[in-house]
Design a protein around this ligand. Structure first.
Ligand SMILES: Nc1ncnc2c1ncn2[C@@H]1O[C@H](COP(=O)(O)OP(=O)(O)O)[C@@H](O)[C@H]1O
Ligand SMILES: CCCC(=O)OP(=O)(O)O
Length: 353
């Protein structure tokens, strides 16, 4: 059956909207949200109406009749740690998304907006492989202090989707391969995929890993404590997430703007560009150690991979460790649709949160 689904993916810098009929995409629109627009809203939940209206406007512009839909599917948010899969949006799931039980991020709106639209048309709503998919091995859970355990918060949906793409390119199955996958978007997550399980990954929202277009990544903690000892919590958080990385150094979260500055001869922009590639490469190297060098490929994905020079810069550091596979952008929309289609076709049951 060719079920039609509306797919909604709120990211930190964009909202992606698509309609699928079976596997076929009927349309996709990527709405970009410049930092000035996002900054107007103090809380993520304050963006609910603005993003919902923007999505409905896209659908209207495409003259698509929402009565044709069988389901609405949204990118899952910061719930409690759960296993990989497709989950039905329930009251309990929505409550935890609203509370942000594991933190605040735009993807918390995915399930909420999906359900808002689905309820109007009396159809089900789902989330797939939310950012809290947790397959960490015991060793990866150590933070270095008994008081804190590391957690698995990363771009699980795209990691899994791109893992399957890489395996297909290599003529095999995802759960037979070992990959280091680096998702390079507004936030960055670099993970060790061992036979289909993400056994280690930097927390993309937790002050770990490389800096990214808008995240600081790991910072020198002692000096950071001194710097921020008089600051309110939300200012500290925004310094790490939202106003870190490229935004902090260059005032933009857009790598294309950075490339333009470099083309105009801006030396600082060049140094920051090189530093981001350097930190990401170092994290890839760390994950190659996690897999004890038994790696079938290093996979680079996300919006930053549309930049040939950025990919080239990372490749120079890491290509000696394993073959490089580049999947620019992401297949999150396709993966969300596939997750919903499997449930609609009764190939799988939707999991209950
Ligand atoms: N053609 C391109 N060339 C260089 N950078 C790009 C290109 N397209 C997107 N990007 C960069 O990718 C980043 C966003 O990646 P994306 O995966 O869309 O992020 P998110 O989903 O986290 O919002 C931004 O820094 C953006 O400037
Ligand atoms: C891992 C949490 C989700 C996230 O960081 O997504 P973006 O990079 O799209 O902001």
């Amino acid at each position: 059956m060719n079920f039609e689904t509306l797919v909604i993916n709120p990211g930190s810098t964009s909202t992606k909207v698509a309609v699928y009929q079976g596997k076929k995409q009927l349309f996709q629109t990527n709405l970009c949200h410049p930092i000035e627009e996002i900054e107007k809203y103090p809380q993520i939940s304050d963006q609910f109406d603005f993003r919902t209206q923007a999505i409905l406007k896209v659908v209207e512009e495409q003259s698509y009749d929402l009565n044709r839909l069988s389901a609405v599917v949204g990118r899952g948010g910061l719930l409690r740690p759960i296993e990989s899969g497709t989950y039905e949006v329930t009251e309990k799931l929505k409550e935890d998304l609203r509370l942000g039980v594991s933190g605040q991020h735009a993807c918390n709106l995915g399930g909420l907006i999906a359900d808002e639209i689905a309820q109007k048309y009396q159809i089900p709503s789902y989330i797939v492989d939310p950012v809290v998919v947790d397959e960490l091995q015991p060793l990866a859970r150590f933070s270095g202090t008994e008081a804190l355990e590391r957690s698995s918060i990363f771009h699980a949906l795209n990691h899994k989707a791109v893992g399957r793409i890489a395996a297909e390119k290599q003529g095999t199955d995802y759960d037979k391969q070992n990959y280091v996958i680096a998702h390079l978007g507004g936030g960055v997550s670099v993970a060790s995929h061992e036979k289909g399980r993400v056994v280690d990954v930097n927390n993309a929202l937790g002050g770990e890993g490389p800096f990214s277009p808008e995240r600081a990544g790991g910072v020198p903690v002692y000096h950071f404590m001194q710097l921020t000892k008089e600051w309110p919590q939300d200012k500290i958080y925004k310094t790490l997430v939202g106003k870190g990385g490229l935004v902090s150094y260059l005032g933009t979260n857009d790598l294309r703007v950075v490339e333009q500055l470099i083309a105009e001869g801006d030396q600082k922009a060049k140094l920051v560009f090189d530093a981001m590639a350097y930190q990401i490469s170092k994290e890839i190297g760390a994950n190659c150690a996690v897999l004890k060098g038994k790696i079938d490929a290093i996979v680079l994905t996300g919006g930053l991979c549309y930049s040939d020079s950025f990919v080239q810069s990372i490749t120079e550091y890491v290509s000696w460790m394993a073959p490089i596979i580049v999947v620019p952008g992401e297949d999150e929309m396709g993966a969300l649709n596939q997750g919903a289609q499997r449930v609609l076709a009764k190939i799988e049951h939707a999991k209950q949160y």
